[in-house]
Ligand binder design. Sequence first.
Ligand SMILES: [Fe+2]
Ligand SMILES: [Fe+2]
Length: 407
Amino acid sequence: MIVVPTDRIKAGQILAEEVRDINGRLLLSKGHTIEANHIRIFKIWGISEVNLVGADRHDDTSDPLMDPAMIEQTKKSIETLYCHVDLEHPAIKEIFRIAVQFRCKHNIIVEDDNLTVDNQSIPRHDREKDFLKKLQKKNIILPEIPSVALELEEVIGNPMSSAEHIARVVSRSPSLTAVLLKIVNSAFYGFPSKISTVSHAVSLIGTQEVSVLALGISVLSIFKNIPKETIDMHSFLRHSLGCGLLSRVFAAHKNVPQTEQLFVSGLLHDLGRLILYIYFPDESRNVLARSRNRNKLLYKEEKDYLGCDHAQMGVQLMKQWKLPLILENNVLYHHKPSEAPQSVPAAIVHLADIIVNSLGIGSSGEKFIPPLDHNAWENLELSPSSFETIIGQATHQFQALESILHD
Ligand SMILES: [Fe+2]
Ligand SMILES: [Fe+2]
């Protein structure tokens, strides 16, 4: 018997152990011969590896050969990004190895942003220690959450909500319906036949899951019209989507229920940075430049310079919008998950953020790889050997979903 990653299973191989989904439902029993359809089902349910009878470890598992010179060059160029991380930690070691391959394959380079500090634009006496107070004092009109999202929150809060109820709420927004159907018809779920109505999606995925998914999409849509000179929104959304997808696959792998909540937590984890970029452009520019010039982590510079970091700012907005508490937990603690009341989901977003930064899929402004919270990592009880398959599944879903960023 040997453990084989899902993306390396071949039709015709035999299961040595039964496979169950995150809810404990039996997907395929021991001794069964695997068919192509089973492999697809395993991927849908986030099964990252299975036990096979007599599998050959060397059976077509090698990656396409890459130019060793190119690998060395990539290693050198990204090493500086890891200056706040322990490269000897087994999890980071594996993330670094995968990141080098991924960046080589997709030609992702480290860009120099040449930021300079403009100390003149913010006289020192204007800086306030507590930026959250400043946020309130300025009486900023924060983006209004769409009414459809408010109704979705009611649906989420009510365990008796019916499929018709959620379908009725979602269909009131044609753009939300279109994006939602695009997601459920993509490799994100991998259903074999086309899903053309919201109620059909609800019957397949579940009321709560569809509601949380729709809520995340509608919150992000608020920021679609941000002018390009303020922030590279496309890059920001790529970072958010990448983190959301990775969080979801990790959640499925860890048997954490409500994987969609993890997806939305990843989508929204750096929401506070958007507030900074939009409402405090001078301060944002300075914080970014100071972190670069001092080789300091951006969230630490935010805390030192502004008195609070983007996680706190994001949660202030989420409280105002009355988003579900678990989302607040995951956003507030995504840089220090071991302090979270619910540390496992926060640690999943934390790990997903580290990986998405390492792979270089978009950016929310951070140049360096954020450090791993070692206690939270121990608590997760994950094996770094599972990363390759999990990242493979999430990036596969990313390619299928990327087009929603342009809608
Ligand atoms: Fe962050
Ligand atoms: Fe992030």
